[in-house]
Design a protein. Structure first.
Length: 343
């Protein structure tokens, strides 16, 4: 984290003792704290000045935390501010509701100081990453005076650098993305798409899981079955990735690929439940490559199932879950042209 940058955190908590405790912990760590003891005061504080992060209690008189979050996410100025709920709730449906409203995380009361600081740091770094991407694109665009070829090369470098950043935190996901990008580009080329579209598919696949940077490493690498709450947090990576990338003006639909690569033709996917042609073609191609790579190689919680099992999955669900043309192209690559994924 940039040590010269003093982050401003809005703490919304109606219990004076809790508000003081949280404020003291954050202040000692070097953060600037803006306290608010009600939802109404929180909204007024955000209207006056946008904070870097919001810690938001759920149970409050007047406007509760869910209502405050919904209002914040409904305003363009505050939509991108990360919200972490503070709650004694442990029920899965409460967590699901919070994530659906746009929260990035939950901290359960009573909390450990180390956990609070770790989660705050993670989400501030995620916001910095998104801002850095936007600044880099703007700088490159200005320097290169809209030169198409040079701009594409610069954006290619940004995508590569972003992928490497994720590798520092989660090497497995970074390797997965690289192999999915290779297969996605090969599928798109087999489908005879134009080179600009192929390039966009490859770039999008290179960082399609960037939203996982906001998920705790112990969850990503968990060797056993995930709990319902943990699985919900994993699913949030598609939307998190979209929010990281959506304000960056790529010449390709990079953010949409991250957002839609877990959607399925019959509407059974996530996070939006899109169907058929509602799903971008580029995302439908990356979805096939993503499934084939994920099933065929080792995962933290199981050994690889092998390429034949993976190809059988996409073949059996051709036209139901996965795009027909993308599946046909994928099958042709492996069955007829000897394509192989690297180890």
């Amino acid at each position: 984290m940039n040590k010269e940058r003093v982050f401003e955190i809005l703490v919304v908590e109606d219990t004076p003792a809790s508000l003081k405790l949280i404020s003291d912990v954050l202040t000692e760590e070097g953060y600037q704290v803006r306290p608010a003891n009600s939802g109404e005061l929180a909204l007024a504080s955000v209207a006056a000045k946008i904070p870097d992060l919001i810690l938001l209690d759920i149970r409050m008189p007047g406007l509760n935390g869910f209502e405050v979050c919904e209002k914040l996410k409904g305003e363009a100025r505050s939509r991108e501010v990360p919200v972490i709920f503070l709650s004694a709730f442990t029920e899965a449906d409460q967590h699901v509701k919070g994530f659906e409203l746009g929260a990035v995380d939950f901290i359960t009361k009573p909390f450990e100081k180390a956990e609070l600081l770790a989660r705050v740091k993670t989400h501030l770094e995620l916001t910095q990453l998104r801002n850095h991407l936007e600044e880099e694109v703007e700088r490159k665009t200005s320097e290169l005076q809209k030169s198409h070829v040079q701009l594409e090369q610069a954006l290619d470098g940004i995508v590569t650098a972003t992928s490497r950043l994720l590798a520092l935190r989660d090497l497995y996901t970074a390797r997965h993305q690289a192999k999915v990008a290779m297969l996605s580009a090969a599928i798109a080329r087999e489908m005879e798409l134009d080179e600009t579209q192929i390039k966009g598919i490859e770039m999008g696949a290179m960082i399609h899981d960037i939203g996982k940077i906001s998920i705790a490493a112990e969850i990503l690498g968990k060797p056993t079955r995930l709990t319902e709450i943990e699985y919900t947090m994993i699913q949030a990576h598609a939307e998190n990735g979209y929010h990281i990338l959506s304000d960056v003006e790529f010449p390709w639909p990079i953010a949409e690929i991250a957002y839609q690569h877990h959607e399925r033709l019959d509407g059974s996917g996530y996070p939006q439940g899109l169907k058929g042609d509602e799903i971008l073609l580029e995302a439908r191609i990356v979805a096939v490559a993503d499934v084939v790579e994920a099933m065929s190689t080792n995962r933290p919680y199981r050994p690889g199932l092998g390429i034949e099992v993976a190809l059988d999955e996409v073949s059996r669900n051709r036209g139901k879950l996965y795009d027909e043309r993308a599946v046909d192209a994928c099958m042709a690559l492996f069955r007829e042209k000897g394509f192989k994924l690297p180890d």
